[in-house]
Ligand binder design. Sequence first.
Ligand SMILES: Nc1ncnc2c1ncn2[C@@H]1O[C@H](COP(=O)(O)OP(=O)(O)OP(=O)(O)O)[C@@H](O)[C@H]1O
Ligand SMILES: [Mg+2]
Length: 342
Amino acid sequence: MGPGTLQSLLDHRIVFIGGKGGVGKTSVASALAVLAARRGARVLVISTDPAHSLGDAVDRKIGNRITGITAGVWGLEIDPDEQARAHIRSVSDHMKQLAAPDMHAELDRQMALAAHSPGAAEAALLERVASLILEQRDNYDLLIFDTAPTGHTLRLLSLPEAMAAWTDGLINHNQRSEQLGKVLKHLTPSGARADVPTPFDEPDSDPFAGMETRTRRIAETLLERRRLFHRTRRLLTDPQETAFVFVLTPERLPIVETRRAVDALRQFDIPVLGAIVNRVLPATADGEFLRKRREQEAVYLQAIEQDLRGLDCIHLPMLETDIGGLDQLDELADALAGTGLN
Ligand SMILES: Nc1ncnc2c1ncn2[C@@H]1O[C@H](COP(=O)(O)OP(=O)(O)OP(=O)(O)O)[C@@H](O)[C@H]1O
Ligand SMILES: [Mg+2]
């Protein structure tokens, strides 16, 4: 069964907005929040963009803590690099409790290296996304993630084992003990499939009974993390719960990129609800120049229909000015409502 149509977008509890740089992800995420709030929902918009553009779109200072934007709308800007540092710090602190004091200097060195390893920021960011979802889904009716999920990120999102591997590797690297090796083996169900419930989903089970205390604590940390990823994945792959939406503009490169991303998501069994075509020239825009632009645009709008076959699309108009506050967001929210969004 397909994921439904864009009309049902605001019926979801979690919405991911993706798309190429500059197409209007942050603007659309904020306008969707405004629209949902008008209808009585409590909405949290979470930006994972280090450039902090959410604050600009809503004309408020936000930053790395949940901040009120307007009635029913809150925002949060996560800094991926800071997140990676914080993550490494917490793993490091944890390791220090477990390692002998003469190992601490070496541990610090290893951790500093790990902070710069490929994928560190990405993995830390995804872990934050995962914990935010579980922590905040009861506090808000709707969580909107303003993000640009690349193929690689999506692979991690869709494979809790792959996400866990990063942390496991980090810890394992610093704690090469035979016993820990056994623990890690024990944690990885043989022939594990991400879509099958595993012992880690069972909070009451105690797979570590009889282990030495130190090893047991490491194992418990790893287990906790895997439970987090498993639970998140289950939510993200549930089309009733989560909607993935792409924003694009009627231009060649955004179309190519959107198609690629949609295909990648489908490959990981994450259905895409639809695409929002932003900055479409409004019918009221006139003059010879705009008439020519509109002809060009019509070609791309047709290409979108062809290339994104089967994907539900709605159009949002190009506004007279940039989106720099609640006035324009209201206008964009009106346009969203006008497309028949539930
Ligand atoms: N419908 C629109 N009408 C007019 N201006 C728009 C519209 N949508 C977006 N913009 C403007 O286009 C620029 C890019 O929009 P936005 O920041 O929302 O894109 P983005 O996809 O989030 O970008 P980034 O990839 O950098 O995060 C901004 O200046 C914004 O004000
Ligand atoms: Mg943005």
